[in-house]
Write a protein that binds this ligand. Structure first.
Ligand code: NAD
Ligand code: UGA
Length: 464
């Protein structure tokens, strides 16, 4: 296949949008079209006001401004973009199944299959199809089967190119990745397809960081990477509970073990529990795959990472109730942060949702301030759990645009996201406006406990 001139990406979400924007910015000679069924999302990507982009990522607006309208396009015309492209990235969502076989564990591949069928029906020339979404190992086999059975003589190559970006740092991760992973077939045509994709990334990434493997290794490496990262968070969180019982300090323990170069210092921050759209989904998927091969011990080993994470969220909420004299009924508890981590507007699987749900069961009044999350999203997150009627969620949770308003007359503050701005607040002013005793439960190890105690707060932090 000659040099790629036209790329189509199906799925304009947290991965498709930023990833393709960076490819377009770095490869001005390639036309990149991102398509999505969601017309509102595409309209937001095309909004002249860059503050309205559907994904918030530091630096994303500048990259979009550079390439949009030049060689970067957002469209709902899926078939046209597929037809024109030599290379098609599939970047659609792969959530946990909510029905049927594998419910609650397996990845739901209906969106992937739909893409494959659409590509098969539209394609009139040879195409390279790139799996960008995170998929169960051996998904490429199913995609190949759909594509190869069209009978229209078009040849397809399938590559696996999982994405390792983390939200909040997506642009930096895409510009300077630790590695790019490309899995493909080892025959001549497979190698040509791999080279075509390597050549795109080589425009800005040193070739020694572009790793090529077989398709199955690439698919499984993505699930493995997320499982290992999540496992570190659950491991440090398990230790945080032991610290609270023994007088050890989790930050000191993390620092001490992180200086061992074999362990390394990253992903050792104890928290109220990991969130985000992928860690839980991908581990559950891994558990399901292992079980489907009869590997029960492997499945149980990884499932424990999720069990620990659920425990961490639940015990954070339970501790608030216990500390507030075993009742939070009618008490105002203010959440600082709702997003699953700082510097993103994404709330999927955020620990805040589950802590709020537990406290609502205890009839607390919850006030929320998050610098990037909209009220409608917060209500939608709680409604999705389906624990109580929508009306009751609206009654139990109030959102604020001003943090000082949010904490007024509160009995307690819970820090759920590690937004930097929380550290710079006027904590004396906050204290003065709260009910006494004024409690702070820091689920992120973010605030200066000594300073807050000097002001008069009763302060507790995870792992201390
Ligand atoms: P997302 O939900 O933000 O975006 C997916 C988009 O695909 C949606 O806008 C949806 O409307 C669109 N879509 C679904 N089916 C479609 C179809 N048939 N045609 C056109 N559009 C369609 O999801 P995301 O967070 O971008 O994740 C996408 C994939 O990337 C997942 O497999 C995820 O596991 C993986 N991933 C995500 C991240 C992350 O940080 N979010 C990082 C690495 C990998
Ligand atoms: C994660 C991975 O880091 C990415 O490499 C991967 O591409 C992505 O999943 C994916 O496949 O979707 P992301 O979920 O965006 O990225 O964010 P992380 O920085 O990994 O944080 C995940 C959760 O773990 C957050 O809730 C975060 O607060 C928590 N966390 C992380 C901790 O509690 N402690 C830590 O030390 C690190």
């Amino acid at each position: 296949m000659s040099k790629i001139k036209n790329i189509c990406c199906i799925g304009a979400g947290y991965v498709g949008g930023p990833t393709m924007a960076v490819i377009a910015a770095k490869c001005p000679e390639i036309k990149v079209t991102i398509v999505d069924l969601n017309a509102a999302r595409i309209a937001a990507w095309n909004d002249e006001n860059l503050d309205n982009l559907p994904v918030y990522e530091p630096g994303l607006d500048a990259i979009v401004a550079q390439a949009r309208g030049r060689n970067l396009f957002f469209s709902t015309e899926v078939e046209k973009a597929i037809d024109e492209a030599e290379m098609i990235f599939i970047s659609v969502n792969t959530p946990t199944k909510t029905y049927g076989l594998g419910k609650g564990k397996a990845a739901d591949l209906k969106f992937i299959e739909l893409c494959a069928r659409q590509i098969a029906s539209v394609a009139k020339s040879d195409k390279i199809v790139v799996e960008k979404s995170t998929l169960p190992v051996r998904t490429a086999e199913a995609i190949r089967s759909i594509l190869d059975n069209t009978g229209n003589g078009v040849k397809f190559q399938i590559l696996s190119n999982p994405e390792f970006l983390a939200e909040g740092t997506a642009i930096d991760d895409l510009l300077h990745p630790d590695r790019v992973l490309i899995g493909g077939d080892s025959d001549e045509e497979g190698q040509e397809a791999i080279d075509a994709l390597v050549n795109i990334y080589a425009n800005w990434i040193p070739t020694e960081r572009i790793l090529t493997t077989n398709v199955w290794s690439s698919e499984l490496s993505k699930l493995t990477a997320n499982a290992f990262l999540a496992q570190r968070v659950s491991s440090i969180n398990a230790m945080s509970e032991l610290c609270e019982k023994t007088g050890a300090d989790i930050n000191e323990v993390a620092r001490a073990i992180g200086m061992d170069s074999r362990i390394g210092s990253k992903f050792l921050k104890s928290s109220v529990g990991f969130g985000g759209s992928c860690f839980q989904k991908d581990i559950l998927n891994l558990v399901y795959i292992a079980k489907s091969y009869g590997l029960d011990e492997v499945a149980d080993y990884w499932e424990q990472v999720i069990i620990m994470n659920d425990h961490q969220k639940r015990r954070f909420a339970a501790n608030i109730v216990k500390t507030l004299y075993n009742t939070v009924s009618g008490k105002k508890i203010t959440f600082l942060g709702w997003a699953f981590k700082k510097d993103t507007n994404d709330t999927r699987e955020s620990a805040a949702i589950y802590v709020a749900d537990d406290l609502l069961l205890e009839q607390a009044n919850i006030a929320v301030y998050d610098p990037k999350v909209e009220e409608t999203q917060i209500h939608a997150d709680l409604d999705y759990l389906d624990t109580r009627r929508k009306k009751e969620n609206r009654k139990g949770v109030t959102t604020f645009n001003d943090p000082y308003e949010a904490v007024k007359d509160a009995h307690a503050i819970a820090v759920l996201t590690e937004w930097d701005e929380f550290k710079g607040y006027d904590w004396q002013r906050i204290y003065d406006n709260m009910k006494k005793p004024a409690f702070v439960f820091d689920g992120r190890n973010l605030l200066d406990g000594q300073k807050l105690r000097e002001i008069g707060f009763v302060f507790q932090s995870i792992g201390k």
